[in-house]
Write a protein that binds this ligand. Structure first.
Ligand SMILES: Cc1cc2nc3c(=O)[nH]c(=O)nc-3n(C[C@H](O)[C@H](O)[C@H](O)COP(=O)(O)OP(=O)(O)OC[C@H]3O[C@@H](n4cnc5c(N)ncnc54)[C@H](O)[C@@H]3O)c2cc1C
Length: 508
């Protein structure tokens, strides 16, 4: 059990999920029809649907099934998206906005059917979604008014609640409610799905793909290779370089789960719209143990360099509103936001599919991606495929965001590569990291002890930006396209395929 004095980074779902089923590592050469890289919710949903249609599939996962972003999510299933309804409406018009919400509603229904027909034990429940405003403010009130007006245009059933109808145990100024949304334990869901995979689906774990031959539909790991007819990149963001990456921004979020001794927090999804932009839910397990899960503190990957911990702020927020127990689980994870607010799901070339840009809504969008991509591979018509193609006609909507993101990336690239680092070796405290100049190179240095350093190249293997130290997670994060590496330089996540090169302080 974790206590508030020691907070190892681990999600609630991982910490309380028990032992998982194991799958073999890929060894030698294997062949199949469809290769799916990534065993998160998107990859497994695609594999399940293709397997049901009798297609031979190999899912290849770098770590353990579900242990990417899926295991770090909140487990909320909702028809809305993190981009406000009013913004989707003004960008796309009511016909497209309605189709977006219909597609998400269908994906939630599909998940529910899957859970109940297969007996997946993941605490799926239908619950209401709420926006809540704690302190009256012009900004908050006009946001709620905009959402309500947009909901009317989209014929979306959103109800304004009176203060007397507030289900929360603390005072709020006003709330909006949407009935019949959903909640799950996300790790239990994907682990359950993995158990239900049809016999034509093989799963390999602990097998990071290091090279992809998209034209030949082949992928290579350190120990083996897979050949097929089609490759599906279900890696949250595509690996290597695809042009859509310039339309994506990586945003990290912080999460804290705390046990609570009472059931004061009602079931449901609660999104705060005060300045904190918190997402709050309760999770109650089979043993009737109750946890509060709070997510927030959005920041761009590679842009948080201060050592301060956000967990104390989260703890204060919860402690002021609930009676807390002693268990604590803290974690961080990232989402990829597209330039025009909708994900990119579809075909990059004859043999390569992608699914990405889910914002923080990818349990539903990931399931929908599985439905769309499997339909496309099976040559079945999908009613929403056109909405999510990356080449959709949204260039005008994307242009500003793409130019701004591109400008920022260029600045990070040029400043990182060509300006001298401000840090010197002596500035790095024990247990901290920093990027230093070393001859004409930049080194990412972690100080393990007074005279002990762990060094890797600071040049991101994706497109060459200079990584930055992330003190909360002790990792090297790229501010350009959000690749992340551990202290030994191994890829954690993001588009990079190759590890950072090991270096030493002696050799320049
Ligand atoms: C804090 C937080 C809370 C969230 N809460 C919600 C929520 O409540 N509801 C919601 O709908 N969405 C939520 N999301 C978003 C959602 O979690 C993600 O969009 C979704 O889990 C993405 O699923 P995925 O399968 O595409 O990616 P992942 O779950 O990240 O799976 C990708 C897999 O690919 C593997 N992989 C990567 N590279 C390789 C390689 N080279 N070789 C082999 N395998 C590889 C990874 O190990 C990983 O397991 C949240 C996101 C965050 C950050």
């Amino acid at each position: 059990m974790q206590t508030k004095n020691s907070l190892p980074l681990q999600s609630l779902w991982e910490a309380t999920g028990g032992a998982a089923q194991s799958f073999p590592q890929l060894q030698g050469s294997e062949s199949t029809e469809v290769i799916i890289i990534g065993g998160g919710i998107s990859g497994l949903t695609t594999a399940y649907l293709l397997g049901k249609a009798g297609i031979a599939v190999a899912v290849i996962e770098a770590r353990k099934i579900g242990m990417g972003t899926t295991a770090c999510s909140t487990g909320n299933l909702y028809e809305l998206t993190s981009t406000p309804l009013s913004a989707i409406l003004s960008s796309y018009g009511s016909t497209t906005a309605k189709r977006v919400y219909q597609s998400r509603a269908r994906a939630i229904d599909f998940m529910e059917e899957l859970v109940f027909t297969n007996g997946i034990d993941c605490d799926f429940k239908r619950v209401p979604f709420h926006y809540y405003l704690e302190k009256s403010s012009t900004k908050g009130e006009s946001f709620l008014a905009r959402e309500l007006a947009a909901a009317r245009v989209c014929q979306f059933a959103v109800k304004k609640l009176k203060a007397s109808q507030n289900p929360l145990p603390f005072a709020v100024d006003r709330l909006l409610r949407i009935a019949n949304q959903g909640q799950i334990n996300p790790l239990a869901y994907v682990r359950g799905l993995a158990k239900q995979l049809p016999p034509s689906v093989k799963v390999y774990e602990q097998s990071p793909v290091l090279r992809i031959d998209a034209q030949g539909a082949r992928v290579f790991t350190g120990e083996g290779e897979l050949s097929g007819k089609i490759v599906v990149m279900a890696t949250h963001i595509p690996k290597g370089f695809l042009t859509m990456q310039i339309k994506l921004a990586g945003i990290r979020e912080i999460a804290l789960a705390v046990d609570t001794i009472d059931e004061a927090m009602p079931p449901g999804i609660f999104w705060g719209i005060d300045h904190e932009e918190y997402s709050l839910r309760r999770y109650s397990n089979k043993e009737k143990k109750h946890y509060l899960v709070l997510i927030g503190d959005l920041h761009k990957t590679g842009h948080r360099t201060a050592s301060e911990t956000p967990f104390a702020t989260f703890e204060r927020y919860l402690g002021e509103r609930f009676v807390l127990g002693n268990e604590r689980y803290g974690w961080a994870a990232q989402s990829y936001y597209s330039a025009d607010a909708l994900p990119y799901i579809g075909k990059d070339s004859e043999k390569l599919y992608y699914m990405t840009g889910f914002s923080a809504d990818g349990l539903v969008f990931g399931s929908l991606a599985g439905m769309i991509v499997s339909d496309s591979i099976l040559k079945r018509k999908n009613p929403w495929a056109d909405l999510y193609q990356s080449e959709r006609c949204a260039m005008i909507r994307s242009l500003r965001a793409v130019i701004q993101e591109g400008f920022e990336v260029s600045c990070h690239f040029l400043a990182g590569r060509y300006l001298p680092s401000k840090e010197a070796l002596a500035d790095i405290e024990v247990g901290e990291g920093g990027v230093i100049n070393h001859g004409c190179k930049k080194l990412a240095v972690y100080r393990q002890g007074a005279d002990a350093y762990q060094c890797v190249s600071a040049v991101c293997t994706h497109l060459g930006c200079i990584v930055r130290y992330n003190p909360l997670e002790k990792s090297w994060d790229c501010p350009c396209h959000s690749s992340r590496f551990d202290l030994e330089g191994r890829v954690i996540e993001g588009p990079a395929l190759e590890n950072l090169e090991k270096r030493s302080l002696e050799r320049k």
